[in-house]
Each structure stands twice: as C-alpha cells, then as structure tokens.
Write a protein that binds this ligand. Structure first.
Ligand code: FAD
Ligand code: UQ1
Length: 430
C-alpha cells in the first residue's frame, strides 16, 4: 500500500505511494504533548502502530524562551531537529492536518492525503495571533517591541534589554487565554534585575499592563507576586488590553476593559504577549467546542462526543493553566485511558488539573507555583513554594531542560505526583 521514504537519523518519514494510510493511533502535533504520548504509546503498541502528523522541521523547548529573552540561555539550546526528538518507533508524517472527519475515523492532510485511525490524539497547541493587535505584526521584532512567545522574536528581547538606555518599559498580558500565564511578568522581573545590576534602574519606569483583574490566578502566589512587584517599583495596570501599536512613534494604545476608554502610552521598550486562540483548523471543526478548543472530559481527556478521540495540552478546553508541566500530568492519564479504551475497559485515570508556573523574580530566585483546577496549591517540595527561593531558580534553569528533552518527550515523565507524595511523608512545611 505504501513504501518508506527517506530515512533521517533515526526516524522514518513516511511518503505514501497511495492516497490513503492507516494507524492504530494517529497523533496530531509533535510538540510537547504529541511527543510524550506518541513515544510512550509506540513502546506499548510496537513499531508502525503510531503515526505523528507534524509539519515543522524543528522542535522548540519553549519554556526556555524566558531565559533566552533575558540572556541567561542561548536560543540554540531551546531547539532540536524534529527528527532527533521523534521516537524511532513512530512514523513521522511530515505535513499539516487540514480537516477532521471523526464520523469516518480519518483526517485529511495538506499534501492531499487521507489518514485513517482507530484512535486519534489531538495535540495541536495554541495559535499566536499577533495580527489581532493593530500594527503589532508589522513592528514586533523591531522598533523596541519584542516577544518571548515566538521563535522569530525572542532573541530581540535580549538585544533590546541589553541595549536599553532608559525610559518607559512596558510589559503586556492580552485579553485571551494564553500558554504559560506567568511568562508575561517573568521577563519583567528579570529586566528589572538586569537594569538594577547595570546601575540604571533609576532611569527606567516599568509598567505592567494586564487584561486580568489580578496579578496571578492562583491566590497564594498572587500574594507573593504583588509584594515582588511593589518592592521592584513596578506600576501595575489591571483590566488594560493592548489594542494598537504605533511602531514609528513608539506609542501603545490600551483599552480599559471596564470603561472602554482608550489611553495612549509612550514606550521605549515593550515586551508583548500576543493574543492567542485555538489553531484555525480547529475553529468550527467537529472536534471543537464553540470557541475552537478540543472538547474533552477534563479528567479522562477523552472527547465528549467521539470516544476514540483524546486531546492533550494547549489545544484543549481542559480548564487549567496551559503549560508543559500540565502536559506532563496529562500525558500519563491519557496514555493509560487510551490503552484501556482499546481493551474495551473503563477509563480509570483522572487528571487533577496539575499545572506549574515557575516564576523567576530575579537572576537567582524563583517562585515555584504549582496548583490544581481550582488554583489550590499542589506543591511538590516540603517547603513553602510561595516564597522566592534560590534552589528553584537553578532547578528550573539547569535541570528542567534535561527533564524535558530526556524524559517528558520520551513519555517517561508524568509530572511530579510521585515525588510530591514521597516528599510530604511526615514532613511539615516551612
Ligand atoms: P506545542 O508544544 O506548542 O506543540 C504543538 C505542535 O502542533 C507544534 O509542534 C506544531 O508545529 C504542531 N501543529 C500545529 N498545527 C498543526 C497542524 N495543522 N498539523 C499538524 N501539526 C500541527 N510551560 C511550563 O510548563 N513551564 C514554563 O516555565 C513555561 N514557560 C513558557 C514560556 C514561554 C515564553 C512559552 C512560549 C511557553 C512556556 N510554557 C511553559 C508553555 C509550554 O511551552 C506549552 O504549554 C507546551 O509546549 C504545550 O504543549 P502542546 O503539545 O500542547 O503544544
Ligand atoms: C514540569 O514537569 C515541567 O514539564 C517538564 C515543566 O516544564 C518545563 C516545569 O516548568 C515544571 C516546574 C515541571 C514540574 C516539575 C517539578 C520537578 C516540580
């Protein structure tokens, strides 16, 4: 029916001779969630059982981009060739999915092919919508405007921070769900520390403009972060949404979400977190809810209408903060539930909403927020993680990349639940 195409270092890229092919499990997306699930399932189901549809040639460890923007890591450390992270047991189908036909158990791809499946896992991530802020797409990466959220612009953050001569520095948070909801302020704290170390903080005004009514969703960590912002002399502006950027005159226009009034603010540097939304191909698809997120049960991760479809990560409507840490927690649940469904058994694994947002507050200190669906702390270590701590900073900067590349992507890291249970045996928090 089909033959193998070119062989890369380890992974087979499939080129189909016919227009149709079939997999026991088809995974859409080869990001954090797609890799974690496909490598684990291919070990359990054997070579050739799992196909991964992924058009990109490069896989990025996006959580490193805060440090890349702050000059603490090189951009190159955040990237690997997709062929190096794809498990040798899966077939990599190097194209984009363009259409879903869940009633027929098949998808269509950009290269005009059809792929059938017994089980489908949707792991398509979240889309960056720079174009939804007037003038932003034209000026991001130049004119003093940068964003850690894109591979194309993250290096400019460090250039602008390093070259900064003083003036108005703005940091924004959009009026949409985003991935890693702490990242818009992480870079602000590192910029503050950099400019202090350079002895120029007195010449800089730092302002945070967020569409949210609070600094952080989970209350325990919000208390610390309000304190950090105060100590750092950051001006906090809540319920303000960036609606336009005038790159040439360096002006940002914000809408007050309560009064709809618009206000123009001059800037010399601005770090923008763009609006985000479900990938366009999911909007209006049979797998999606009214907004476009893949419509899954928040505990089993099984699709609410199609029992042979599962979803993981940023593209789903699981009501937790969208992070790689959440993907880790979800990956073990999804894998076991999918295998149970294959055996005709009940789905027993339940995702508890675990997510984590490690917030560096300076070069050397970090608040390790970990919480559940309700924003209640689910902390791994037997110390109060609401405090800024030095060991957490180095764990995040130097150990997490190893854990991501070598365990999470290989489907061998299901989150720190086990560590948490062990670490809390008979221990009291300090
Ligand atoms: P992704 O990893 O984004 O993967 C989606 C994949 O789908 C991509 O490979 C893409 O090419 C592919 N795709 C898209 N469209 C198609 C299509 N049509 N067909 C086939 N494939 C397609 N998380 C943390 O846990 N801790 C942190 O400290 C942290 N910090 C962050 C800082 C920044 C600046 C950013 C940007 C993110 C951060 N995150 C952090 C979030 C984390 O990176 C994401 O939550 C995680 O990558 C989500 O995994 P995913 O598989 O859902 O999506
Ligand atoms: C985590 O599991 C994870 O995914 C690999 C991250 O993304 C890079 C994180 O930032 C964090 C904090 C975790 C949680 C892990 C521990 C050990 C607390």
């Amino acid at each position: 029916m089909h033959r193998f195409g070119e062989a890369t270092r380890r992974v087979r890229i499939r080129r189909f001779a016919s227009n149709a092919s079939s997999y026991r499990v088809l995974v859409l997306g080869g990001g954090a969630g797609g890799q974690a699930v496909s490598s684990a399932l291919s070990r359990r189901l054997g070579k050739g059982a799992v196909g991964v549809v992924e058009p990109a040639s490069v896989h990025y460890y996006q959580p490193m981009w805060t440090f890349v923007g702050a000059g603490a890591k090189r951009f190159e450390e955040s990237r690997k060739d997709m062929s190096d992270v794809m498990s040798s047991g899966v077939d990599w189908i190097k194209t984009a999915v363009t259409q879903f036909e869940p009633e027929k158990n098949r998808v269509a791809t950009q290269d005009g092919k059809t792929i059938s499946y017994e089980y489908l896992v949707v792991a398509l991530g979240i889309q960056l919508d720079f174009h939804k802020v007037k003038g932003l797409a034209e000026c991001v990466g130049k004119d003093g405007v940068s964003s850690n959220y894109s591979a194309n612009t993250v290096r400019m953050t460090w250039k602008f921070l390093e070259d900064f001569k003083g003036g108005e520095a703005l940091f924004t948070f959009p009026n949409t769900p985003i991935k890693c909801a702490g990242a818009p302020q992480k870079i602000m704290y590192l910029a503050d520390d950099l400019w202090r170390k350079k002895g120029m903080r007195g010449n800089v005004n730092i302002s945070y403009y967020s569409s949210l009514p609070v600094i952080f969703g989970a209350k325990k960590y919000a208390a610390t972060l309000n304190q950090v912002a105060k100590c750092k002399d950051v001006n906090l502006n809540f319920r303000h949404n960036l609606v336009e950027v005038k790159g040439k005159s360096k002006e940002a226009i914000f809408e007050n979400l309560d009064t709809q009034e618009k206000k123009t603010v001059k800037y010399d540097f601005m770090h923008v977190t763009p609006p985000m939304s479900p990938p366009d191909i999911l909007k209006g698809s049979p797998l999606s809810d009214a907004v476009g997120w893949v419509d899954v049960d928040k505990e089993t991760l099984q699709h609410k209408k199609y029992p042979n479809v599962f979803g993981i990560g940023d593209c789903t409507n699981v009501p937790t903060s969208k992070t790689a840490a959440a993907v880790a927690g979800q990956s073990g649940v999804l894998r076991e539930n999918l295998l149970a469904a294959m055996r005709g058994q009940a789905l027993t694994q339940k995702y508890d909403g675990y997510t984590s947002c490690p917030l560096p507050t300076s070069y050397g200190k970090l608040v390790l927020a970990e919480f559940d669906f309700n924003g209640e702390p689910l902390e791994t270590f037997p110390v109060n993680q609401g405090k800024e701590r030095r060991p957490f900073y180095f764990m995040k900067k130097d150990m997490m990349p190893f854990l991501y590349w070598n365990l999470l992507l290989k489907g061998r890291w299901k989150g720190p639940k086990m560590m948490r249970t062990l670490a809390h045996l008979g221990m009291n928090k300090r």
